[in-house]
Write a protein that binds this ligand. Structure first.
Ligand code: ADP
Length: 262
């Protein structure tokens, strides 16, 4: 598979009144086309900084990000992002259908409408197009945000803790929805989460980050096959072993950082 994303020796230092803050340092990895890669790391380790650099929202102070071999130096048009906070990412005054059509403004109206309807159907919201976001539950609003990203047909879908604000049952449903649509549409996904179980359940690979400044401590293949099931997969030996490994790596990473602080 061709490489979709390459992050090479990425580093970012934020300037500050109390001194510069090194958020990410020497971070390198690649994502192949069609892969779903999860990035897991402790809170504050630099995950959002990494995503912002990939999305071209900040210029990293060191290293490079390349999408299909082209260096990112602005917001790439081939990218879509789904954030945790669905209530702030949808326009409340627009209908669901118009929200999903919004990024497709360059297309003819009929094509725009057809693509939005198709995307809404793929997330099980074919009846909700005329509603407004405020009339939908949190889980349904996040489905709309996912449909909007999918309708755009991005080369790379970035997801920043996308299921962290919904209840546990809805979270399971949305995870399975993501697995289904990425398989149907062959989407490349980079998903950031602090939830170890979620990273193993969803990923083809899990990248484990150290505490701030973030770098990759492990790049683990997830040998669970394509057909995943919330009960059976999570109870399988492979899942339990991998989850323990990620947890140990995260704990180890924290210990190293704590030791430095002492
Ligand atoms: P995460 O997403 O893993 O929680 P972030 O990338 O948001 O981590 O932050 C990494 C570190 O960089 C944190 O210590 C945070 O306080 C710091 N940081 C994030 N954004 C800024 C900023 N704009 N200015 C200064 N420091 C920042």
């Amino acid at each position: 598979m061709p490489t979709m994303l390459e992050v090479a020796d990425l580093g970012h230092t934020y300037p500050g009144k109390d001194g510069a803050h090194n958020a990410v340092d020497g971070l390198s990895f690649t994502v192949d086309a069609g892969e779903l890669v999860c990035v897991v790391g402790p809170s504050g380790c630099g995950k959002s900084t990494l995503l912002r650099a990939i999305a071209g929202l900040i210029t990293p102070t060191r290293g490079t990000v390349s999408l299909r071999g082209t260096r990112v130096d602005g917001v790439p048009s081939e990218l879509a992002v789904v954030f945790q906070d669905y209530s702030r990412s949808l326009f409340p005054w627009l209908t669901v259908q118009r929200n999903v059509e919004f990024p497709l403004r360059g297309l003819p109206r009929s094509q725009r409408a057809a693509r939005a309807r198709e995307a809404l159907a793929s997330v099980g919201l074919d009846q909700a197009g005329r509603k407004h976001p405020g009339q939908l539950s949190g889980g349904m609003q996040q489905r709309v945000a996912i449909a909007r990203a999918l309708a755009y047909r991005p080369s790379l879908l970035l997801m920043d803790e996308p299921f962290a604000s919904v209840d546990a049952q809805t979270r399971f449903e949305l995870e399975d929805l993501l697995l289904r649509v990425r398989r149907e549409q062959d989407t490349t996904v980079l998903l950031v989460t602090h939830d170890i179980d979620e990273s193993v359940y969803l990923g083809d690979r899990v990248l484990v980050l150290t505490k701030s400044p973030a770098s990759v401590v492990a790049d683990l293949p997830v040998d669970l096959g394509d057909a995943r099931d919330q009960i059976k997969t999570r109870a399988s030996e492979t899942f339990v072993d991998l989850r323990a490994k990620v947890a140990e790596l995260l704990r180890g990473a924290s210990h190293i950082e704590d030791a430095k602080l002492i």
